[in-house]
Design a protein around this ligand. Structure first.
Ligand SMILES: [Zn+2]
Length: 115
């Protein structure tokens, strides 16, 4: 009698096919300019993406849909940061061209009546 090889199947075998590999989602930081210091985590269940720089701790959060990729969040962040920067700058009043200092020189001609 040949001995049959017992092949015991594991019930809870991990199916590697279902495992999704996380994409490389590291970008350069706008603020500290460190390469690949910004990471984006997308929570598909919550529909929220979180961007964070591990160097300067900049944070950004945005809503996502099923098409949103990490790079979308990153570009959104750039836009938001850019807009914020412009906003701060616009708070400071730029030098208006109308408020130019007009030369208010009195028409004083050399009328030195001496003597
Ligand atoms: Zn940073």
């Amino acid at each position: 009698m040949g001995k049959r090889k017992k092949s015991s199947r594991k019930p809870g075998a991990p199916s590697a096919a279902r495992r999704r590999q996380p994409l490389d989602t590291a970008f350069t930081c706008l603020f500290c300019h460190h390469d690949k210091s910004v990471t984006v985590r997308i929570d598909r269940k919550e529909g929220i993406a979180q961007l964070v720089c591990r160097v300067c701790d900049q944070r950004y959060q945005s809503k996502t849909n099923h098409l949103t990729e990490a790079v979308d969040i990153y570009s959104e962040w750039i836009d938001a940061a850019d807009a914020a920067q412009k906003d701060t700058q616009s708070h400071r009043r730029p030098v208006a061209s109308s408020s130019r200092l007009a030369p208010v020189a009195p028409p004083s001609v050399g009328s030195d009546d001496e003597g």
